[in-house]
Design a protein around this ligand. Structure first.
Ligand SMILES: [Cu+2]
Length: 765
């Protein structure tokens, strides 16, 4: 199989052949997704080559006669849609219900709710009724919400994973006057938004797209430090595993990407739940160091906004660990890429005294270190005096979710798992809309850019009308405000799951000006004349990216800014010269160093059909051990609670760039390829995803504190992740209730059972 997509000038015969091949491949995908065959079966049948690709042969295959055409997939049809003809939808803010303990029914509890309910058909192909617990969370003590009574939920938020439907309750969380009038007058009024990637594209079928609440735009949760939140996630996906339009698995696990929460709320890959069930995720929202630092809550910089503009609520913990831009998404074992791609991706803005979301509030306070000033950094957001909201204003604080998608001949979302380098789409979307435009005022805006792709990297730059790169100020990397803002003419490459928060000052432009966000990262491999999910093959210059000659359809302009008016009131927002310095770990002894090597040709030592991934070919070698394919029953590392470690992440070569995500605590990059000098200014803050360049290494340091349980480390190229580049690590508390190692949860619709870890690496403990 050559490229993922045919060239635009492919002949009709090629397109026909490719269509047939895709239909045939889709049959295999479907059989896999229904669980009627496993990837192990395909390997046994000789259908996977040594490189992990499905062999391009007919006849051998019981399901298809011919799975591949020579030229790749047909290009996605766009139904005549032109770029920049639809207004960009803002995120849809999920309702925050105060008094969560009374609002949520049944009332949340520390222990998983084991009340039996009927889960009809939750087992594949099963016709008869099945009974199981209403909550899919594992029931053992180690999965109880840690310190639940201490952090009783104050805010309850509910969302339902559901098949595509119209949205009749769109809530962008900003004044109507600030919404694009076209947005107000057309698609979003009378606010029943069909699930379309563009108004001229077909409405997505319920089997094609599964989003939060089944609707677009993507959802946004708003939270703040010191206000524990309970996110109740309902699974209302089809109980029949076959009703998935050919891809996507109806069991899910929701990962609050890099939440500093107990592992029972982390969306562990093996703690998935079934249609008909819910899972209560308890997000206490505490600063790291909550139980060991600033325990008297005396530093005003460790704080949270209250509903009173003049008051801050002081919280415990280290203010240097304040986080801002999160997202949450599915983490279902072996099916993460399909499920995230199908719509299980949302964002979570966390507010604090420092990052308050109200640019007109400033304090004059003294800090313990003798300095004084305003805690609120006054980043672009909006005014409390206008909205009546003393925090969390979204007027000028805009979430952008970037993702490449692909569509079949009927315009329905499509996916192809038969490229283990990484699935790439050929249609660029922002907030699940094809190349939209966004009207802006002549003032500063903050954009929280999330790469929500399966395998595509972006490299974002801002072009003016004459194609010249314009300055962008990067203020945050992943969840964390940087020590200092960094002015750039193009951002660094942005791997999957990385968040870059930027500020653009549109006051420098005139009313009527148009600017564009441009993707410079080209995934086109000229040697094979194919799109390639390994890594960006080339970062283009602005001129090259704008020339329209790239064979990669997702290169070039993808979002248009239209400068439409002056702001009604002066812009009070600031770009402070310092943001959040890194926590100083130099005085904390390094308890342990570990090395993780990310590569191909992994072996699978596990044999459990639920916990072990037999798809390969990716894997991780721990501390000079063999490269192992994922088995969530295997414990690979168990740092001790309360310690600090140094981890070396190493790419074993082969030309792939692996964005490595380590759950739970923020890390600092100490070196790239052995030297701090190789670490760019814009990644010198705290991070949770570390791009591991071909043949490169990244050395990081992190602590393990506040919470316990089992977490993960994996490549966030979700194609790699799902094909076994994932491991389980856990925090070894050395005391009850945390046995060490922890029993592995095995979810079934009838209830979660547990078994001993299938393997504990000799270097784990
Ligand atoms: Cu990878």
């Amino acid at each position: 199989m050559r490229g993922i997509y045919l060239p635009a000038n492919a002949s009709r015969a090629q397109v026909r052949e490719a269509e047939q091949a895709r239909r045939n491949r889709a049959e295999i995908v479907r059989e896999l997704s229904w669980g009627r065959i496993t990837r192990r079966d395909l390997i046994k049948l000789g259908l996977f080559t040594g490189a992990g690709m499905l062999a391009p042969i007919g006849g051998l295959n019981p399901f298809v006669s011919r799975a591949f055409a020579d030229g790749g997939m047909p290009r996605s049809p766009l139904f005549g849609c032109q770029p920049f003809t639809q207004p960009m939808p803002r995120f849809d803010v999920l309702t925050r219900n105060p008094n969560a303990m009374n609002f949520l029914n049944p009332t949340p509890s520390a222990k998983a709710n084991q009340t039996r309910i009927s889960l009809s058909g939750a087992l594949r192909n099963q016709g008869s009724s099945i009974e199981g617990p209403c909550e899919g969370r594992p029931w053992r003590d180690e999965w109880d919400h840690q310190r639940f009574d201490e952090f009783l939920p104050q805010i309850g938020i509910e969302a339902t994973q559901a098949p595509a439907r119209n949205n009749s309750s769109y809530n962008p969380g900003i004044a109507r006057s600030l919404l694009d009038m076209e947005l107000v007058n057309s698609r979003f009024n009378p606010s029943s938004i069909p699930l379309q990637f563009h108004p001229d594209m077909p409405v997505q079928k319920p089997t094609s797209v599964w989003t939060f609440n089944g609707t677009i735009p993507p959802k946004l949760v708003i939270g703040r430090y010191g206000e524990p939140l309970l996110f109740r996630h309902h699974n209302r996906l089809p109980p029949d595993v076959r009703q998935n339009g050919g891809f996507g698995r109806h069991t899910i696990s929701t990962h609050e990407h890099n939440g500093h929460h107990g592992a029972e709320n982390d969306g562990f890959t093996g703690a998935f739940f079934f249609p008909g069930q819910f899972y209560d995720y308890h997000w206490p929202i505490v600063l790291a160091g909550h139980f060991s630092m600033n325990t008297g809550a005396t530093d005003p910089r460790a704080s949270s906004p209250t509903d009173d503009a003049s008051l801050l609520k002081y919280v415990r913990g280290d203010w240097h660990e304040t986080m801002s831009t999160h997202w949450f998404h599915d983490h279902m074992f072996s099916f993460t890429s399909q499920n995230v791609y199908k719509g299980n991706a949302a964002m979570f803005n966390i507010y604090s005294g420092l990052d308050r979301g109200a640019e007109d509030i400033f304090e004059n306070l003294s800090f313990p270190d003798g300095t004084s000033g305003s805690v609120n950094l006054r980043l672009p957001s909006g005014r409390a005096e206008d909205s009546g909201r003393s925090w969390g204003n979204l007027d000028y604080d805009v979430n952008l979710m970037l993702a490449d998608k692909a569509f079949d001949r009927d315009g329905q979302l499509t996916f192809d798992i038969f490229n283990f380098d990484g699935f790439l789409g050929d249609v660029m979307t922002v907030n699940l809309g094809y190349n939209p435009y966004f009207e802006v005022e002549r003032r500063k805006y903050r954009f929280r850019i999330l790469n929500a792709s399966v395998a595509r990297f972006f490299k974002v730059a801002l072009a003016n009308a004459s194609g010249q790169a314009q300055p962008i100020v990067q203020i945050a990397n992943d969840g964390n405000l940087l020590p200092v803002p960094v002015t750039l003419f193009e951002l660094d490459e942005q791997g999957i799951a990385e968040r870059y928060d930027i500020i653009i000052d549109f006051s420098q432009y005139a009313i009527g000006d148009k600017l564009h966000l441009v993707n410079l990262a080209e995934h086109w491999d000229p040697e094979n004349a194919a799109l390639n999910g390994k890594k960006p093959i080339e970062d283009l210059t602005m001129a090259a990216a704008l020339s329209g000659t790239s064979p990669d359809p997702c290169v070039g302009r993808f979002l248009e800014f239209r400068v439409v008016r002056n702001p009604a009131k002066p812009d009070l927002s600031q770009i402070p010269s310092t943001l959040i310095p890194n926590p100083d770990l130099s005085g904390i002894p390094v308890a342990r160093e570990r090395t993780f090597v990310f590569g191909r040709d992994a072996v699978q030592t596990g044999s459990d059909p639920i916990t072990a991934d037999f798809g390969g070919p990716w894997g991780i070698g721990t501390d000079n051990g063999r490269t192992l394919g994922a088995d969530f029953g295997r414990l690979s590392a168990a740092p001790r609670f309360g310690t600090r470690e140094i981890w070396h992440l190493v790419n074993d070569g082969g030309g792939w760039d692996h964005p490595i995500h380590i759950h739970f605590e923020e890390g600092q990059i100490l070196a790239r390829d052995g030297s701090l000098a190789n670490v760019r200014q814009a990644e010198r803050g705290r991070k949770d995803v570390y791009r591991l360049h071909p043949k490169g290494s990244v050395t990081i340091t992190m602590q393990f504190r506040d919470w316990g349980g089992m977490f993960m480390e994996h490549c966030h190229n979700t194609t790699h992740e799902d094909n076994a580049m994932l491991l389980r690590w856990e925090i070894n508390e050395g005391s009850e209730p945390f046995l060490s190692p922890l029993p592995t949860p095995i979810p079934t619709p009838q209830g979660v059972r547990f078994q001993s870890p299938s393997e504990v690496l000799p270097t784990a403990l």
